[in-house]
Design a binder for this molecule. Structure first.
Ligand code: BGP
Length: 478
């Protein structure tokens, strides 16, 4: 099948996060972070929230899959060679903050942690692959959570500043593309992952989340400014979890409700990071939800001065919104709420599959900001089966990706400035929401299972060869 032309130099690749694939959780002087105390299995986020981070790491009742991940820490050469075989132009990974500052509040960085990423970046460059680095991807040092209460505490701005200064300085000749906070706008839904705290009560969730977000906005803007100073040619982006919000029907009440939900979810954080100011609708929303932000003098100037160079986002699903739901409709929507969309099928984890929604997202984001975009996460979590001959025939994944890439091609044809595409979990890794190995996204299969068994051997899936062809034809052969 032929699709539209992607721009020359389009950045094809794959995406990961340190805590979900590195392993080596206590090697090289690394300190514990949030992901290290997240147990495996569905309901892990709730479980951790209930215990208030007091898990013993050797707890006999739970597994901790993020401790071993898929052992990229020791196998990075083999994995990067496989990415290179597919023709990756870019590889998205995160730096684990607690490898660089084990507790998060030290004054000096940990040399062994810095040296590890040096080796990884050198290996990538050896293969002509550009690193795209997320500075914070759901892995706040545990000490900052326990001692300071996570991002609710303004002090984290200072610690983060020290961390970014250390990595910008160290990797200034090796990394050009940076993202500040992963899925920053997901924080109000899942404050635990992004902000490192679990709301004590529902009534304070929004107040604490937006205060934490305000601290992250300041920290992000400072990082952008500093990055531009230390690495003049750097491109620093924000990272949003984007989900276009559709109205359930044409009832104007529903349409207005969907519009406002979309503004709050998709654009509030984006406006702060891209335009450098809180949007016009924020005040009313904060008033109506009893949110009073503590904004210190100078914060808004910093935010204004540290706007991002491009916008990156994850795209997994759209959301269908209805103002007043029937009792049956409550809770039947997808991960990020709403109601069921009768036109869409869902994955085995109930995530609605909507390729056209990706074109909608790209147009909405470009229409609002006119800044280059990058899709840095997209993919299908699915159960894979290894056949007797060792092959893995993941046609369902190929179909999913083909349909989404086709829609990206349409968006490019619409006139959207799109820099690249890194599909999520290009190599199988630990799921963020459920801590499962069996929710697989990769082109590369990893022999590792939910019960902890497996040899960690890597195998090329059918989608591996398909994606290789997609890249070498610059998106023409789908
Ligand atoms: C995003 C996260 C990733 C990743 C992905 C898939 O929200 O940025 O870390 O895990 O979702 O989610 P899951 O692993 O829960 O399937």
């Amino acid at each position: 099948m032929m699709t539209k032309q992607f721009p020359k130099g389009f950045l094809w690749g794959g995406a990961t996060a340190a805590n979900q694939f590195e392993g080596g959780y206590n090697e090289g002087g690394k300190g514990l972070n949030l992901a290290d105390v997240l147990p495996g299995g569905k309901g892990r986020l709730k479980l951790l929230a209930q215990t208030g981070f007091d898990f013993e790491i050797d707890h006999s009742k739970y597994t901790y899959p993020n401790h071993e991940g898929i052992d990229f820490y020791h196998r990075y050469k083999e994995d990067i060679a496989l990415f290179a075989e597919m023709g990756f132009k870019v590889f998205r990974l995160s730096i684990a903050w607690s490898r660089i500052f084990p507790n998060g509040d030290e004054l000096e960085p940990n040399e062994a942690g810095l040296a590890f990423y040096d080796r990884v970046f050198d290996e990538l460059h050896k293969h002509g692959i550009e690193p795209l680095v997320t500075i914070a991807h759901y892995e706040t040092p545990l000490h900052l959570i326990k001692e300071y209460g996570g991002w609710r505490n303004r002090k984290l701005i200072e610690f983060f500043d020290r961390y970014v200064r250390a990595i910008f300085t160290r990797y200034k000749d090796k990394v050009k593309y940076w993202l500040t906070f992963n899925e920053i706008n997901g924080a109000t839904h899942m404050p635990l992952l992004g902000l490192g705290f679990s709301p004590e009560k529902e009534e304070t969730r929004l107040q604490d989340s937006f205060q934490g977000l305000h601290h992250q906005f300041v920290a992000s803007a400072k990082a952008v400014k500093l990055g531009h100073e230390i690495i003049p040619e750097s491109q620093i982006g924000c990272m949003l979890i984007y989900a276009p919000v559709y109205s359930y029907d044409s009832n104007p009440e529903n349409v207005m409700h969907a519009k406002r939900e979309g503004d709050i979810f998709n654009f509030l954080c984006g406006d702060v990071q891209v335009r450098g100011e809180y949007p016009y609708f924020a005040d009313r929303y904060f008033d109506e939800n009893n949110v009073t932000l503590d904004i210190e003098e100078g914060d808004l100037e910093i935010i204004k001065e540290g706007t991002v160079d491009f916008i990156s986002f994850s795209y997994y699903m759209s959301r269908t919104d209805k103002k007043i739901k029937t009792p049956e409709e409550i809770g039947e929507g997808n991960l990020i709420g709403g109601v069921k969309n009768p036109f869409l099928k869902a994955s085995d984890w109930g995530w609605e599959i909507d390729p056209v929604g990706l074109r909608v997202s790209l147009n909405e984001l470009y229409g609002r900001y006119q800044k280059p975009l990058m899709v840095v996460e997209n993919g299908l979590g699915a159960y894979d089966k290894v056949e007797e001959d060792g092959s893995i025939n993941d046609d369902y994944r190929i179909e999913y990706l083909r349909e989404h890439i086709e829609q990206m091609g349409e968006a490019v044809e619409d006139g959207v400035d799109l820099l690249g595409y890194t599909s999520w979990g290009c190599i199988d890794l630990v799921s963020a929401s459920s801590g499962e190995y069996s929710k697989r996204y990769g082109f590369i299969y990893v022999d590792k299972h939910d019960d902890g068994s497996g040899t960690l051997e890597r195998k090329r899936k059918k989608s591996f060869f398909w994606y290789k062809d997609v890249i070498s034809s610059n998106g023409k052969n789908l």
